[in-house]
Design a binder for this molecule. Sequence first.
Ligand code: SF4
Length: 377
Amino acid sequence: MYSRLYIHVPFCRAKCGYCAFASALPAQGELAEYPELLLRELNGHPAPSAPLRSIYFGGGTPSLLHPQQIGQLLEEINKTVGIATDGEITLEANPATVTEASLAAFRGAGINRLSLGIQSFDDHFLKLLGRIHTADQAGQAFRDARSAGFTNISIDLMHSLPGQHLEQWRNELQRALRLEPEHISIYGLTIEEHTPFARLYPADAPLLVEEDLSADMFELAEHLLIRGGFEHYEIANYCRPGHASQHNCGYWTRDGYLGLGVAAHSFLRDGNGLRFSNATDLNGYRQSLQSRHIPATAREYLTREEAMSEHLFLGLRLASGVSFRHFKEEFGVPLESAYRSPLADLVRLELLRHQGDRLFLSRRGMLLSNQVFSRFL
Ligand code: SF4
């Protein structure tokens, strides 16, 4: 039913201006009680038939948990459902919350992949975004992670920031390359509803960054990172060979995963797929666990048509795209007959390409991916 586990840690030291994730400053005692709630939730679900292939601590700021808490959680998870010996175990970390000693302790606790939320190497932009760390702290956290023994480190960077020029973005990418990470995730800033940025930059205001410039930034990243030895394996993700995020690849290929914690989402391979999500606030989450309910707020069994369209708009995010043969095996109908008209249009517009058994986004298709995906809804 699931082979991957996502654990949401909904705490941050301060709220970034653009952030729409479920996170808040922890009240007294909340960090201490949280792992116990997670385990109670895990025990309420049937165990998977095979050991977990990946675990991802996301947030929020999971590095606010003590390494000992993470170690105990992993031990309990291993006892309850099992973790594959080569399982990928990722921790997202904010550079301001870690030291070489704490990173070594996380490594010792079983974390084997670190995702550092750097976002920018420019103090002006870090301040504008409301990040709690400086550029120097970001670089130091990376070096500390290496010294602590991490051999698989990802960093997050953001572009299309208010007032950002192409040359500044080039500089960000060059600083990132100099650190020699195994993985880089790149996102353009988007303005999400109900965030401080949504008030600062209303929908009818001029664009933060012109669309053409944003596209140039996407292309510059691709150019510099590929030249630097990275593979562009997913729209927003680059890796050194062999270092794609196994956990996230599971999302794009519709592996089942269980999400634990406040606001966590789950997808179980049950029929065409079952999706559900947890209460979005800690009180609601705690209360439903206390009344011995699994804290899921929305359960939805997918229809075959929904599963087919999901298979496409998730799978096409990957540079390797989707397989015609696999689609037919999974849904019993050829891809080319299920989506005859959108496929013909998108290939004609050179947004999609096919080669042998695979269908994938062209470079232009990656830039306009939302338009492509909307044709499969
Ligand atoms: S650190 Fe991440 S989760 Fe926390 S407020 Fe900032 S963007 Fe949101």
